[in-house]
Design a protein around this ligand. Structure first.
Ligand code: PS7
Ligand code: MN
Ligand code: MN
Ligand code: MN
Ligand code: MN
Ligand code: MN
Length: 343
């Protein structure tokens, strides 16, 4: 943030921006660039959800404690002294100093507070629902991703419209907003296979992996590589189904700062899916896009024409990688064709 913006901010709001920079590798820059009062609202929305996700992710909290915490989390926004000091997670500071975040939340306009509180409520209930069951069918995969990311897209879109920087239509079309979140979350779940399974978490849907393996963890075994890649490619293909909605959503945005905020994570996700596709490294370590590639995408993805060009480029790269023997080959080529036609 620029010097004069920082000068006029309270100590607690400055602390919130410090937490934003500490906890998000990718979102801090685009959030800080948002226009007007939308910037603080999205910063606080991010920190509230980062706090909620830190509870969800913490495998050291017993279920008997965690389930009520997730369900009640939205009420903590109005309890000035609520905090949680027992987390072992990397981002535990947002829970330890939650009073600073909730203080700034309560200073937001009512139209922003209502959206944030409602999304926090629905997400917490959804997270609690899935603590007690596995992601089974592909439909359940969409439901889990709706709770943890589709709702973020829906809430953000409502904040954009509430700020008057986006048309009312953006906040009303929950299907398109949901797709924006699902595309990011599915990419995150696909990429984080190894990290998640090593920590005892399973977000790959059983309906997908059961076609190739008796157990999800077994896909990491070197002798299972062919099955593992087939499962990976099936999930990448499923994620690609959301790209047409992403294009429709982005085309509706008129404000430059909102466009960048929305478009950059989406093109990063497509680049990530492109490196993950048919890549054995997904089962051996962390797959990341090259730093220079990320920087180029962040600079370029600032108008619809450039976004279409980026999507055309990556979907062409993906098409080159589709193997002749892959079980999802026909479906992958089909969705790539649909994307090529739309972009
Ligand atoms: C409010 C900007 C722009 C219409 C904390 C942004 C975790 C992929 O699980 O740390 O640690 O591996 O990489 C962000 C739609 C959500 C979806 C979701 C809130 C886009 C809590 C992001 C971010 C909608 C649940 C990445 C979904 O976290 O994951 C704000 C439009 C938080 C967005 C989680 C994941 C985000 C994610 P993990 P990450
Ligand atoms: Mn989580
Ligand atoms: Mn997480
Ligand atoms: Mn994490
Ligand atoms: Mn993840
Ligand atoms: Mn992560």
């Amino acid at each position: 943030l620029c010097f004069s913006c920082q000068e006029s901010m309270s100590e607690s709001l400055r602390t919130c921006y410090t937490y934003l920079n500490q906890t998000s590798r990718s979102f801090a820059a685009v959030i800080e660039s948002l226009d007007g009062d939308l910037r603080h609202a999205v910063c606080i929305f991010y920190l509230v959800l980062r706090s909620l996700d830190t509870v969800e992710d913490d495998m050291t909290i017993p279920l008997a404690t965690k389930v009520p915490m997730l369900n009640d989390f939205h009420t903590f926004l109005y309890q000035a002294d609520w905090c949680f000091t027992e987390s072992q997670e990397k981002d535990r500071q947002v829970l330890e100093d939650f009073p600073t975040i909730s203080l700034e939340f309560r200073k937001l306009g009512q139209q922003y507070r209502e959206v944030i509180s409602d999304i926090c409520h629905r997400m917490g209930m959804g997270m609690a629902e899935f603590l007690e069951k596995k992601v089974g069918s592909m439909k359940e995969w969409d439901l889990y991703c709706h709770y943890v990311a589709g709702l973020v897209g829906i809430g953000l879109s409502q904040l954009f419209s509430a700020s008057q920087l986006a048309d009312p239509e953006v906040g009303q079309d929950t299907e398109l907003a949901n797709s924006m979140g699902l595309f990011l979350q599915k990419t995150n779940i696909i990429r984080d296979y190894l990290e998640d399974t090593q920590q005892g978490r399973a977000f790959w849907p059983q309906e997908a992996w059961v076609q190739f393996s008796d157990r999800l963890e077994d896909l990491a075994q070197p002798e299972k590589l062919e099955s593992a890649l087939s499962c990976l490619n099936l999930l990448v293909t499923d994620a690609l189904r959301h790209v047409p909605d992403v294009l429709t959503y982005l085309a509706r945005l008129r404000n430059q700062s909102i466009f960048n905020f929305c478009a950059i994570p989406q093109v990063m996700a497509l680049a990530t899916l492109t490196v993950c596709y048919n890549n054995p490294m997904v089962f051996r370590g962390v797959v990341k896009i090259r730093k220079g590639q990320a920087v180029t995408l962040m600079m370029d993805a600032n108008n619809m024409e450039a976004v279409r060009a980026i999507i055309t480029q990556y979907s062409g790269e993906l098409r080159q990688k589709v193997s002749l023997t892959d079980p999802s080959r026909a479906e992958t080529l089909h969705i790539l064709g649909v994307i090529a036609e739309k972009s």
